[in-house]
Each structure stands twice: as structure tokens, then as C-alpha cells.
Design a protein around this ligand. Structure first.
Ligand code: SOE
Length: 382
């Protein structure tokens, strides 16, 4: 019998994110053996009985459900982990909270600010621990960037630049709706690349560079009609295929952001750069274990961009993995998130991003969409 406390996880959804979360709960225990709270993969829920049974067997869940309400009602579940499409987030989170569960939720928090506000109010009124899976904060190189910013190494920040580029929806034959392409259906997703991709860029930006006050945006829907994945019927497309915006941060710096699924050749190119008075930082998801750092304080003859291979024992999270020089990848960011959340439950550092942090991201996304519509600068609500 393990003397440590445990958290019995009930996962909703067994798609791409269901796999990243399941792997995270499993590996957190193995690679962070000193965690004060141990995750137990108690149950997984999805509508298709065969699919959910197969998933449970593959990832080691002890039981299955086909209705999330039954999962939420169970006494042997402590945490509801929401990895289902965006249109389910608010309803499940609010019900889970009412049942006294801890809640973790995929991004974006809500399809709209109104949904996100309801979710924040629910978790805060109930006083239950909560988190949103903005996983890129926990790429060790990005966490190192945060430490360098917090140490004041950049000085006054002038520019923040981020983009997230993909190319998987260029063909007009890609359908909307259904289990694989719900991200293209506005009723399910809430928005297109603004909520799906820019939301990552915004979350990291708010974390690294503080609040955004005003935005000026443009969006475009390049393919106006797509077949429904279930009926095959052509339907108007309601999502933004591409979204770009200018931002004014409260610290006086200027931001430029871009996300698209129409950048031929790019699959998931998330890049960010910050330019400060004394130093600059740059990071690229396709080379995720490296942080580029330029320090103007270096001796002039040797001054230049350093490419830091973030794999050493004194780099964030890296002593948990292999030996210096050996890289880790995308899935580890979720493991770090699960481990940090479990540590916080056991009395460790408070966990971020919470639902309230993710609401701030939703508010920026909302202002971006409003500005694209109004063709004017919009103030981000607080
Ligand atoms: C979309 O293709 C997607 O899977 C996003 O939904 C994820 O959040 C992002 O990390 C990768 O791209």
C-alpha cells in the first residue's frame, strides 16, 4: 500500500489530447517519484464503447464510462480531466465542480468569454484546485526563458513577437465537424486559429511579458464552405482560418502575433522572440530544446546569439530525465504540467495556469475577434 495521498483521475475524451494527458499522468509518477500526491488512472469516458474500452486497455484505466455525467457522479473519482472538444468544456467543468471534483481542462478554457467566466466562478466558489493544459509553458527552454525574464536580464522590453503556423486545412475537401475535424466547426470550436493556436501564443506572452491592454486584428476565412464530416453536406465555414494582431502590452512593449493553417510547409511552427534593452530571447517549437539568447553585456568581440542546448541538469525539469545532452520532446511538457499540478496539491508551489489565468487568454482572443470584425483597436476587458 502506497502511503502517499492519491488523486483518482477521471478522463473525458480519448482523442489526441486524451493520449497526451494519459501519458502525462502515467509518466509523472515514474519520473517524479517524490511527488506527494500520486495519480491513479481510475476511469476514462468517451461515447463509443469499443473505442473507450480499447483506450482504457492501452493506457491502463481501471474502468470506463460512456456518459460524462455518470463519471462526474462517481464517488471514486477526485479529478475530472477534460480532454474533449471545446463545446463540452464549460458544461463538464461546472458539473464536476458542483460535484466537488478538482478539474483540469484542455485549452482554450471556453468557446467564449461568457463560458470561461462561468467556469472560473464555479471553481473559485467551490474552492477546488484547477488547471488548464497550456503545455508550452513547460518546455524546459520556455521555462528557462521565463526565469531569465524574471531575473531582469532583458531590461525594458520593447518587442514581443509570436507566430503559430500550420498548413493542414488548405484543401477545400477537408471537412468540418466529426471527431477528427471538429476544430473547423465554429459551433464546436468557438473560433478557428484564434482559440486553437493563437491562444497558446497569448498564454505564453501573458506569462512572459504581462497583460495586453489593446489589440488591432485581422482574420480571414479562405475556404468559405466545407462538407460536414458526418452528412457530407456543404456548409458555410464559421471559423477564422488565419488571424493576426498587433498588441500593446501594459509594460509599454509592442506585440505582433500571427496564426494560420494556410502556411504551406509548416506543420506546427510556434516561434516567439522578445527584444529587450539588454538582451533578446528566441525560441522555436521545431527546435524545442534550444533557447537562443543574445546578451549585449557580453564582451564586444565575442558578442553574438548563444544557442543554449537546454538539456543540462541545472536546466528546468532536465534532471528528471536522462543525462546532460539528451533531448526530450513535446509529450514531456504535459508530464511536467501533471507533475507540477500534483506537487501543488500536496502543498507545493501554487499551480499556474489556473482557470483564471486562462480566462485572461480568452479575453485577449475575444478582443482579437472583436477587432477583426470592427476593424478598429479594441480594449481587452479585465
Ligand atoms: C491543432 O492542430 C493543434 O493540435 C492544437 O489544438 C494544439 O493545441 C497545438 O498544440 C498543436 O496543434
Amino acid at each position: 500500500m502506497d502511503p502517499r495521498d492519491s488523486v483518482r483521475v477521471g478522463l473525458v475524451g480519448c482523442g489526441f489530447m486524451g493520449r497526451t494527458h494519459s501519458n502525462a499522468w502515467r509518466q509523472a509518477e515514474r519520473f517524479f517519484p517524490d511527488l506527494p500526491v500520486r495519480p491513479i488512472l481510475q476511469a476514462v469516458c468517451a461515447r463509443n464503447p469499443d473505442e473507450v474500452a480499447g483506450f482504457a486497455g492501452q493506457w491502463g484505466y481501471e474502468s470506463t464510462e460512456t456518459d460524462w455525467r455518470a463519471l462526474v457522479d462517481r464517488d471514486d473519482i477526485d479529478l475530472i480531466d477534460i480532454a474533449s472538444p471545446n463545446d463540452t468544456h464549460a458544461e463538464i467543468a461546472v458539473a464536476a465542480t458542483a460535484a466537488g471534483k478538482l478539474v483540469s481542462c484542455e485549452k482554450p478554457l471556453g468557446r467564449t468569454v461568457a463560458e470561461a467566466v462561468a467556469m472560473v466562478e464555479a471553481v473559485e466558489a467551490a474552492g477546488v484546485a484547477n488547471m488548464v493544459w497550456y503545455n508550452y509553458r513547460r518546455v524546459p527552454a520556455v521555462t528557462l526563458a521565463k526565469l531569465l525574464v524574471d531575473e531582469g536580464r532583458l531590461g525594458r522590453v520593447f518587442h514581443y513577437r509570436a507566430k503559430f503556423l500550420q498548413d493542414w486545412t488548405i484543401s477545400k475537401d477537408v471537412p468540418q465537424g466529426g471527431p477528427a475535424t471538429w476544430r473547423l466547426d465554429v459551433d464546436v470550436a468557438g473560433s478557428g486559429v484564434t482559440g486553437d493556436l493563437l491562444a497558446h501564443c497569448i498564454d505564453t506572452a501573458l506569462w512572459l511579458n504581462g497583460p495586453i491592454g489593446r489589440v488591432s486584428a485581422m482574420t480571414e476565412t479562405f475556404v468559405k464552405e466545407r462538407p460536414d464530416a458526418v452528412t457530407g453536406e456543404l456548409r458555410p465555414v464559421g471559423i477564422d482560418d488565419a488571424s493576426a494582431f498587433l498588441a500593446r502590452f501594459d509594460n509599454g512593449s509592442l506585440g505582433t502575433f500571427e496564426a494560420t493553417r494556410y502556411a504551406r510547409g509548416h506543420k506546427a511552427l510556434y516561434t516567439l522572440e522578445i527584444n529587450g534593452e539588454h538582451a533578446s530571447i528566441a525560441w522555436d517549437l521545431h527546435d524545442l530544446h534550444r533557447l537562443q539568447f543574445f546578451d549585449h553585456g557580453d564582451e564586444g568581440r565575442l558578442r553574438g546569439w548563444r544557442s543554449i542546448h537546454v538539456t543540462d541538469g541545472d536546466h528546468p525539469y532536465m534532471k528528471r530525465w536522462w543525462v546532460p545532452g539528451l533531448q526530450i520532446g513535446y509529450e514531456h511538457t504535459f508530464v511536467h504540467q501533471a507533475a507540477d499540478f500534483l506537487a501543488s496539491l500536496g502543498g507545493g508551489e501554487p499551480f499556474h495556469p489556473t482557470f483564471r489565468d486562462a480566462l485572461a487568454t480568452d479575453r485577449v482572443s475575444d478582443a482579437v475577434l472583436a477587432s477583426a470584425k470592427s476593424e478598429r483597436w479594441e480594449t481587452v476587458a479585465s
